[in-house]
Design a protein around this ligand. Structure first.
Ligand code: FE2
Length: 368
């Protein structure tokens, strides 16, 4: 869209576009973002704002669709074109470069479960993009036709990211063990939870790949923690307030080898009030540490959260067969499993940082 007029005072540039709208741009912000202030190849800014004097707008003129601004006291001229002004119209703070709002779900999602074909994703960028955006928007994705062999989980990770190695190793095993260090390594039912709330940052994505499933039971469950958080926000505002403001202490202590701790609210919000992380893991939560007059209300809120996360109406349930895999957002989607009584069941798991998922989606979109 073209520009029809510009005006300025000491601090502000006013731009009138051909659609009749006008927009004001702060002079300091314009000076901070001159195109020659970035390295030609690296694209990174070459100065810090504190290295510049307090600046003013000494002049502004329009030539075709290009605006030349003169900054005082430097006497520096810089040009900006109409497309740049349109691209950088100040927003109401909704943010640029951030991921889309999540698509919230409950048990109705059960009817839409689909396993993507791994060999197809390897060679088809469009299908890979669809699968990755599903993980981004829904918080989980399912994959099949991976080799049911140890380590082949890494072939799925290679589609979009890098393993986040922890003290559990690059890959961890989930199967029943004679002397389990974790309830996951038994045949017991595992309640809905997020993994590793005692880490900071908590692992972004979790991948679980089934190598063997000859068990009777052992079905996987997922629930959308963001959907549950929004339900609490609307139906139980007092509980929401408590769960978002009072941190809980999580800890994992393993002999002399690890003492991992984090002190975070169970529902975490960003500066705009959007839910960014849900932590729920009764196994690693420590004694709550909060004011005595808050404790009773907090426990009511905690029970509401637990009830909703375990509500069958909030979850999907499916069976992972050998060669199948689920990837889910461990900062959003809770997982659990039904008990199993007989037969071998062996999964391999790993964690992956979420930023590489978002990066891969953007790269695939740019290459279209
Ligand atoms: Fe887990």
């Amino acid at each position: 869209m073209g520009i029809v007029a510009v005006g300025h005072d000491r601090d502000w540039l006013e731009v009138r576009f051909e659609d009749g709208t006008t927009q004001r741009y702060l002079g300091t912000w314009l000076r901070d973002n001159i195109t020659t202030g970035r390295h030609r190849d690296a694209g990174q800014r070459t100065f810090d704002i504190n290295s510049l004097p307090e600046m003013t707008i000494a002049g502004a003129s329009l030539h075709a669709d290009t605006v030349t601004v003169t900054f005082g006291p430097e006497g520096l001229d810089a040009t900006f074109d109409a497309a740049w002004f349109c691209l950088h119209r100040p927003t109401s703070g909704t943010g640029r470069g951030v991921t889309p709002r999540p698509t919230l779900w409950g048990d109705e999602q059960q009817g839409s479960l689909e396993f993507a074909d791994h060999p197809t994703l390897v060679c088809d960028p469009a299908r890979l993009h669809d699968w990755l955006t599903g993980i981004r928007d829904l918080g989980f994705g399912l994959l099949e036709n991976l080799p049911a062999t140890p380590g082949s989980i890494l072939e799925a990770v290679d589609l979009f990211g890098y393993v986040r190695e922890t003290n559990y190793g690059r890959i961890f095993e989930v199967r029943d063990e004679p002397e389990p260090a974790n309830l996951a390594f038994t045949r017991l039912e595992i309640g809905m939870h997020t993994d590793n709330p005692y880490r900071d940052p908590v692992p972004g994505l979790q991948i679980l790949h089934c190598l063997v499933n000859e068990s009777d039971g052992g079905d996987s469950r997922l629930a959308d923690g963001f959907a549950v958080a929004e339900r609490i926000r609307s139906d139980h505002p007092e509980a929401f307030q408590l769960l978002t403001t009072h941190p809980v202490w999580f800890r994992y202590l393993d002999g002399g080898s690890a003492d991992l701790q984090a002190y975070k609210p169970l529902i975490q919000l960003d500066s705009r009030g959007q839910v960014t992380c849900v932590r729920y893991n009764s196994r690693s939560a420590q004694a709550f540490d909060m004011p005595a007059d808050v404790m009773a209300g907090y426990y009511r809120a905690y029970r509401i959260l637990g009830d909703l996360l375990h509500d069958p109406g909030a979850r999907i349930e499916f069976r992972l067969e050998a060669g199948q895999l689920m990837a889910f957002d461990n900062q959003r989607v809770l997982h659990g499993r039904t008990a199993y009584t007989a037969g071998a069941r062996h999964l391999q798991g790993c964690y992956v940082d979420k930023d590489s998922l978002h990066s891969r989606i953007r790269v695939l979109e740019a290459a279209r």
